[in-house]
Design a protein. Sequence first.
Lengths: 241, 343
Amino acid sequence: MKVLAIDTSNHPMSVALVEDDQLLATTTLNMVCNHSIYLMPTIDRLCQLVKWSPTDLDRVVVAQGPGSYTGIRIAATTAKVLADTLNIDLVGVSSLEVVARNVLPMTTAIIVPFFDTRRGNVFAGAYQWKDGQLTSQIADQHLAMSDLLTQLAKIDQQVIMVGHVTKKLADQFEKLPQNVSLAPRAYGIPSTYQLALVGVDQPAVKEIDPFVPHYLRITEAEANWQKLHPGVTRKNYVREV
Amino acid sequence: MAERTLILAFETSCDETSVAVVENGTKILSNVVATQIDSHQRFGGVVPEVASRHHIEWITRCVDQSLEEAGVGYGDIAAVAVTYGPGLVGSLLVGVTAAKVVAWAHHLPLIPVNHMAGHLYAARYVGEFMYPQMALLVSGGHTELVYMPKEHEYEIIGETRDDAAGEAYDKIGRVLGVNYPAGKTIDEWAAQGHDTFHFPRAMEKEANYDFSFSGLKSAFINTVHNADQRGEQLNKYDLAASFQQSVVDVLAEKTMRALDRYPVKQLILAGGVAANHGLRTRLDHDMAKYHPEVGMLQAPLKLCGDNAAMIGAAGYVDYQHGDHAGMDLNAVPGLMFKRMEVK
Ligand SMILES: Nc1ncnc2c1ncn2[C@@H]1O[C@H](COP(=O)(O)OP(=O)(O)OP(=O)(O)O)[C@@H](O)[C@H]1O
Ligand SMILES: [Mg+2]
């Protein structure tokens, strides 16, 4: 199975081409860059290197969020349109899970990947390796970093946090709870090889059209509107004309 | 059989997700438009993040349906065209990303299209273009007079210095309790009223081709607020008619003056506000009276708002001229035609 894996959820952009369980080519950019400019040229260059034509692809696996709204939209749009236009499999994987997988399966600790979302908030989830399978312990969510740390301090197990500690978050990492430690910096960079491997094992989505990023937050405008209009059940606000 | 060049066109610059298949830049084989108006009406205007989210929900359905309705497959397509600006960056990115993927997957050339050139080319479905040409482009974000010495060359000779005409319609509409986008309703009300308020005609007599609508908008809002404070209810039909008369007067007069200065073979009227009945009728009248030698094409009512068919028509011409983008094409939210110094 020829797999393309894409992750542009945050600052790093990563692409991998994987055949069965073999990594053939991967590129990660972690400069101040624009995913819209670099993603397709990177996919194109890697395919040329391994001599794949687009139609050789069997499956596209994408980090579906959470993450930067623009970032996850670029990856999800690329993945869903590619799957649709080539009529191939599409798989979405949590962007947090991708980073959690950087921590070795030998550990029994709770693994907590996190992404800074500014103003002291993070996207975070909790994962744990069980019999070689990474399992979700606490669902991916958006919360205050301080609340996350309070929650983690109460866990009766070792916790390893993985992610990029931005300047804004640095203070809170000075005084981590006793049972909580931070994985080295390199572990916070997503590996699309890992992403491809998870994606190979998972069933493809049944319908491509409804595939959207996992934003984990409704927009402010919609939140306000819902407060003012409780009980409105209309779901679809888009129509063909 | 005659050669046929099919363009698969994408448009997602604002709050419509649209994909079309266009033959030789002149024939619409399909034009699927999914509008988000009902969604943004909840907020009184387009919310960019909401718009981007809707685009990604609809993009593949629109692509598949447009191919199906056209009865063609990717093998029949010669090139992919996409609006890359101007517009909302998050919205543009969905279309640009999708178009790049389709072009890459099927080894097709990618043609970047200026959304305003797209609006202009909606008129191409009415008749052939002749040059030199002048266009009055009036939409939600733009009000400009564009001079085209020849095909594929665009020079702005005048534009709005503040609000666009459509924006002004939407803002005064809100004051009258009309939901976004208000243009169509105000146009209908205007037909039932009279210009009794005589609002200002900004920059009408100035020796340039620029526009301004914020003064008119303020005058309108003040009039309504002052009446409110007096507990007086003004006739909404007359308010609409007075507002529209002021807009149409300025647009028509400046356009006639531009045609005096720039002899052209043809005038084009396009953009969302080109659907305005008052404006269409007035230009018909003024052109017959002042410039009977100049032909006029008005974009079809159905193609005044955002749609991918117009992008396909413009993209076809760009394609003939060899415009190609690489896989690094990005959205350019502030894309503009060049401005010409007017003497
Ligand atoms: N009959 C009408 N009379 C006046 N205005 C109208 C009419 N119909 C639509 N409009 C206005 O047209 C605008 C929408 O046009 P359009 O879709 O071309 O704008 P846009 O795509 O948002 O902006 P732009 O094309 O400048 O980027 C709205 O402001 C709407 O109120
Ligand atoms: Mg428009």
